[in-house]
Ligand binder design. Structure first.
Ligand code: TEU
Length: 537
């Protein structure tokens, strides 16, 4: 039995299954491929994996549109392949988290097929249906994250259904208890197969307002165009009624009760430009809802400068002091951070070391340990409907979803033995393959291994307390403490040299393998992108 706290401070490696490893040469990654390559993740020093959806799906949103929650899409393999994956992961000491998409299904899910058949059938209320306004237009002004109205017309029922994402992703109606029961059964099904936890997709979209009230519009000065593309009018609304309703707290309690018997953990994805930290505070409150939330603060286009990091943690201390966040810089929805923030090699390394020192758990996205930049793709290569919709102002998410380069010597970089992969592998990625970096102590991969090992070696970094951050110019510094271990961490998040004063007392340098500067006379000189890591003696 795992400990009730195993997730606290864990480093979770995110696998995008289409692009991790293809074992059968069809150009798409699969579960057997993941199993083959779990050694790489264990060797990196991660504690857990999170696998993006591999369930039966028409793949309109590449698996985030599920048509059978309790089976594996044939493209990815079978339930038996999944069982082998879990067994191997556990052998290697890796926890397994899977991605549950409970706010919506595919329009090809049998539940939706039945729901759209009639207004009175047994599944009539399983989705959010509403009559048109007298002039035939949608019931209210809600917008879809992926563009246009959040309502789609169904000619058969002569009603609109809600879709916060694609029209092929109808929103489930969680106000209807049988829907909640069915979703809890899905969680039970996977727990019985041995999973250790869940990443809960769009946890803040589970409920929409029962009365379908209009969303207010966001006044110009408050607009945050940063998460989704500027061209998307979605960003000009306050999503007061279309998501994040208070009823969710009761559902999350029911969900937690399903997790507790096996100490399974859940991390809820909270994409909310305006109230992310507040929502995290609510959803993780009381010890009877989800253990963690995954906020978007460090996923922004604007670089997380010392000021931004300091401000984020100050806001966190004020808004959600007891919440345990799960940080990440990159994922399958966002431009890879090396490119997004224009980082040099030294810059990328500094951010990795910083991430390993922050209070919270961590998600690393496959390929970031190689220092991969965003892949540059042509319009003809695009697969993501979100990118196709808003091209060229927004190029979509495919540039972060290209296959992992395992070895540089063939066109698909060892990802697949086939001729062609679902997305191309670009030349800059081939040069940064696992094989190319693995034997080189100066590589980014070696730096990630050292940074993860450093975190493991210092319990204060894993789940210790963290004092308020100090920010001075480009330098952010803070202390972490647990038991008799107290660490001082300072990072220069800028190109130029800087200096930092250590707190009073005697400090001994640690983390020299990460380039930590040795303090002298209570001060440390930091080169551009340098750090000082020290332990109180
Ligand atoms: O992403 C959720 C998502 O896109 C939102 O959080 C969005 O970024 C935000 O609300 C904009 O303000 C998840 C998956 O990670 C993504 O791949 C899926 O496409 C999406 O859900 C729909 O399932």
């Amino acid at each position: 039995q795992k400990s009730a706290d195993w997730w606290r401070g864990a480093v979770i490696y995110q696998i995008y299954p289409r692009s991790f490893m293809d074992s059968n040469g069809d150009g798409v990654g699969d579960l057997a491929g993941i199993t083959e390559r779990l050694d790489h993740i264990a060797g990196l020093g991660a504690d857990a994996i999170w696998i993006s959806p591999f369930f039966t799906s028409p793949m309109k949103d590449f698996g985030y549109d599920v048509s059978d929650y309790c089976d594996v899409d044939p493209l990815f393999g079978s339930l038996a392949d999944f069982d082998r994956l879990v067994a191997r992961a556990h052998e290697l000491g890796l926890m397994v988290m899977i991605d549950l998409v409970l706010s919506h299904t595919s329009d090809k899910h049998p539940w939706f097929a039945e729901s759209r058949r009639s207004r009175t059938g047994p599944k009539a209320d399983w989705y959010v249906w509403a009559d048109p306004k007298p002039d035939g237009t949608p019931p209210n002004n809600w917008l879809s994250v992926f563009g246009g109205s959040a309502w789609a017309w169904d000619a058969r029922r002569e009603q609109y259904y809600l879709h916060n994402f694609l029209t092929s992703q109808p929103d489930l109606n969680l106000h209807h208890m049988p829907v909640q029961d069915a979703l809890l059964d899905v969680a039970r099904f996977w727990l019985a197969r041995g999973v250790d936890g869940f990443r809960l997709d769009t946890i803040n979209f589970y409920f929409a307002d029962k009365y379908l009230r209009d969303n207010p519009s966001l006044p110009e000065p408050l607009r945050n165009d940063s998460i989704a593309p500027k061209v998307n009018p979605y960003n000009h609304q306050i999503h007061l009624f279309s998501k994040n309703q208070p009823e969710n707290l009761e559902f999350l309690k029911r969900f937690r009760a399903v997790l507790n018997p096996t100490n399974a953990a859940a991390v809820g994805e909270v994409g909310d430009a305006q109230r992310g930290l507040e929502i995290m505070a609510e959803y993780t409150s009381g010890g009877d809802k989800v253990q963690m939330c995954y906020p978007f603060e460090l996923l922004q286009p604007k670089r997380a400068t010392a000021e931004v990091v300091g401000e984020t943690f100050a806001r966190l201390a004020k808004t959600a002091p007891d919440a345990w966040p799960c940080w990440s810089y990159s994922n399958h929805d966002t431009v890879r951070h090396v490119t997004r923030w224009g980082l040099s090699d030294a810059g990328a390394r500094a951010y990795t070391t910083l991430l390993m020192c922050l209070r919270g758990s961590v998600c690393l996205y496959q390929g970031e340990e190689l220092g991969l930049p965003e892949a540059e793709l042509a319009y003809e290569d695009l697969q993501d409907p979100y990118g196709i919709e808003f091209w060229p102002e927004f190029k979509g998410r495919d540039g972060a979803r290209t296959p992992m380069p395992w070895a540089g010597d063939n066109a698909l970089a060892g990802f697949s033995a086939g001729e062609k992969a679902w997305l191309p592998v670009t030349a800059p990625h081939r040069a940064l393959s696992v094989a190319a970096e693995a034997g080189d102590p100066g590589s980014m991969l070696a730096h990630y291994r050292r940074a993860l090992a450093f975190r493991r070696a210092h319990p204060a970094l894993r789940d210790g307390a963290q004092e308020a951050m100090a920010v001075s110019g480009d330098v952010v510094s803070f202390r972490r403490a647990r038991g008799d271990e107290e660490l001082f961490c300072a990072f220069n998040l800028g190109d130029g040299p800087a200096e930092v004063a250590l707190p009073a007392g005697d400090w001994r340098v640690v983390g020299t393998e990460l380039g930590s500067a040795t303090p002298e006379g209570g001060r440390a000189r930091l080169a551009g992108w340098g750090c000082c890591l020290a332990r109180r003696v």
